[in-house]
Design a protein around this ligand. Structure first.
Ligand SMILES: Cc1ncc(COP(=O)(O)O)c(C=O)c1O
Length: 451
C-alpha cells in the first residue's frame, strides 16, 4: 500500500513519519519515470519556454511561496504586484484605462468567472430568465460545459462552419429569449483557429448580449505573433462588444502554474464578477476569483516573468516559435501518409488520409513521446514552442519510422478515441484511481444516441 518502506502496510496514512531524505529520495525515484523534457516537448511540457525562464519563474515563486492571495490586503508588496500584473494583462489585450482584471488559478476558472458574471448580469437586468443560456461553437473548451453545469446555466454548443471556425449564422439562429451571452475562442484548443470575433460581436452588440473571448491558449502569444508579422485577426478589447477575455499566464505567458487572468472591459463588467459577502462571524470576505486561499507565489512569478521578458522578450520567443513550426511543418509534409493543416498560432495539427492517426500517436507514445490529439476529426495536436533543432530532428525521424511501420489504409471505421485524443483508454493500468471512478460516468456514444 505504502509508496515508502513503511513497516505497517495497513494504513495509507503512516503512524510514524519517514525521514525527509527518504521521502525526497522516493519522490525523485518516482519523478525519474516521467518522460524526458524532449519527449514531452510538444505536449506534456509544452508552453514552458526556455529552462532559464522557468527557473527564473520558480525563483520568483519561492519568494512568496508561503503567502496567500486572500491576505493581499495586509501584504502591501503583494497588493502592488497584483495591481501591476492586472494592469499589464489589460494592456496586452488592448484594454484602456477603464479595463480591469482578476488573477485566477487557470483557464478553467477564468471561464467560470466569465460565465458567472454573465449570469449575474442577467439576474439583475433580465430577472424573467430562469435558466440563462449561453451559446458557444462546438470547438469551445470543455470548461464552458463544466462551468455552465456548476452555475445552473444551459450551454448550447452549435456546430462550427465547414472551416472549423464558429459560424455566425448558426450562432444567430441559436439565440433565443433566454440567451444571456455568447463565447468564442481566440483561438480554440482543438484546431488552433480564431473564431470570427468581430462578426459575432456585431450580433451580440445589437442584442445587448455578453460576449466572452476565450484567449486562454493564445492570449500571451497572439499579440506577439502579430508584432513579428504573423497576421492575427482582431479579437481583444479593440473589438467593440467584447465584455471579457480569459488569457492564461501559465501557458504562453510562461508563468509557473497555476495562473490565468480574467479580463473585463471595465468596472461595469467586473462588478458582476465579485461576490462580496459578510454574512458570517468574521466580517467582509473579498476574494478576487472563485477560490478563497490562493498561491501568492504564482501571482508574483507571473509578474516577475512578464517584467523579465518584456514585450521584446515575448516577441523574440514568438519569432522562434514561428521558425520551429515552419521546420516541423516542412518535415511532416515529407513523411508519406501524413500532412498538416493550416492553423492560426503555434499549434500544429497532423492528419492522415491513409493511416489511423491514433495508431501513429500510440506508436510515438511507445517511443517515449507524449502527444495529445483530437477525436473529431482524428488528429495529432502538437503544441509548438520554441524548440532546439536536435529535438525537432529526433521527433521527425521517429514520426517517419512510426508512419512507415503502419499499414496504409489502416483507418478504422470507428476511429480509436481516448483522453484528449491520445488513444489512452480506461483499460490502462497506470491511471490514478479518480480517473477510473470519473470515467465510468462518461456517457457512451450509445447512451448519447439514446437521448
Ligand atoms: C482555449 C482554451 N481554453 C481554456 C483552457 C483551460 O485552461 P486550463 O487548463 O488552464 O484550465 C484551455 C486549456 O488548454 C484552452 O486551450
Amino acid at each position: 500500500m505504502s509508496l515508502l518502506n513503511q513497516k505497517d502496510d495497513s494504513h495509507a496514512f503512516p503512524i510514524t513519519g519517514s525521514g525527509a531524505d527518504e521521502v525526497l529520495e522516493r519522490i525523485n525515484e518516482l519523478k525519474s519515470d516521467l518522460p524526458s523534457r524532449a519527449h514531452g516537448q510538444f505536449g506534456l511540457y509544452a508552453m514552458e519556454g526556455e529552462d532559464s525562464v522557468q527557473e527564473f519563474g520558480e525563483q520568483a515563486y519561492r519568494t512568496f511561496i508561503r503567502m496567500n492571495t486572500v491576505f493581499s490586503s495586509v501584504l502591501p508588496g503583494l497588493a502592488m504586484i497584483e495591481d501591476d500584473l492586472q494592469a499589464m494583462c489589460v494592456e496586452i489585450h488592448n484594454g484602456d484605462r477603464a479595463g480591469r482584471a482578476n488573477i485566477t488559478s487557470g483557464g478553467t476558472e477564468s471561464i467560470y468567472c466569465a460565465l458567472h458574471a454573465m449570469r449575474e448580469r442577467a439576474r439583475i437586468e433580465r430577472p424573467e430568465i430562469s435558466v440563462p443560456e449561453i451559446i458557444v461553437p462546438y470547438s469551445a473548451h470543455i470548461a464552458f460545459s463544466r462551468g455552465a453545469h456548476f452555475l445552473g446555466m444551459k450551454l448550447i454548443r452549435v456546430p462550427t462552419g465547414d472551416n472549423y471556425r464558429a459560424d455566425a449564422t448558426l450562432i444567430e439562429q441559436a439565440i433565443g429569449s433566454c440567451t444571456v451571452g455568447v463565447a468564442v475562442s481566440a483561438p480554440c484548443w482543438p484546431y488552433d483557429l480564431f473564431d470570427p470575433v468581430s462578426e459575432i460581436a456585431e450580433l451580440t452588440l445589437s442584442r445587448k448580449l455578453w460576449l466572452h473571448v476565450d484567449a486562454c491558449v493564445g492570449g500571451f502569444l497572439a499579440p506577439f505573433l502579430e508584432a513579428v508579422g504573423q497576421p492575427i485577426p482582431e479579437y481583444d478589447f479593440r473589438v467593440p462588444g467584447v465584455h471579457s477575455i480569459s488569457a492564461d499566464l501559465h501557458k504562453y505567458g510562461y508563468s509557473p502554474k497555476p495562473c490565468s487572468a480574467i479580463l473585463w472591459r471595465s468596472e461595469q463588467e467586473q462588478k458582476f464578477h465579485y461576490h462580496a459577502c459578510s454574512d458570517w462571524p468574521s466580517g467582509p470576505y473579498l476574494s478576487q476569483s472563485m477560490l478563497g486561499s490562493g498561491p501568492a507565489g504564482a501571482t508574483v512569478a507571473a509578474w516577475a516573468v512578464l517584467n523579465h521578458l518584456g514585450r521584446q522578450g515575448y516577441e523574440k520567443i514568438a519569432e522562434k516559435i514561428v521558425r520551429t513550426k515552419e521546420k516541423l511543418t516542412a518535415g511532416i509534409e515529407e513523411i508519406d501518409g501524413l500532412s498538416t493543416w493550416k492553423t492560426d498560432t503555434a499549434s500544429l495539427m497532423i492528419i492522415s488520409a491513409g493511416l489511423d492517426i491514433h495508431e501513429v500517436t500510440a506508436g510515438m507514445n511507445a517511443l517515449g513521446w507524449v502527444l495529445w490529439g483530437n477525436n473529431e476529426p482524428p488528429l495529432i495536436h502538437l503544441t509548438v514552442d520554441s524548440t532546439e533543432d536536435d529535438i525537432i530532428q529526433r521527433f521527425l525521424a521517429d514520426l517517419a519510422q512510426v508512419a512507415d511501420s503502419l499499414p496504409a489504409g489502416g483507418v478504422h471505421a470507428v476511429p480509436k478515441t481516448g483522453i484528449y485524443g491520445t488513444g489512452i483508454s480506461e483499460s490502462e493500468d497506470h491511471l490514478p484511481r479518480w480517473v477510473y471512478d470519473a470515467w465510468k460516468l462518461i456517457e457512451t456514444p450509445e447512451q448519447k444516441a439514446g437521448d
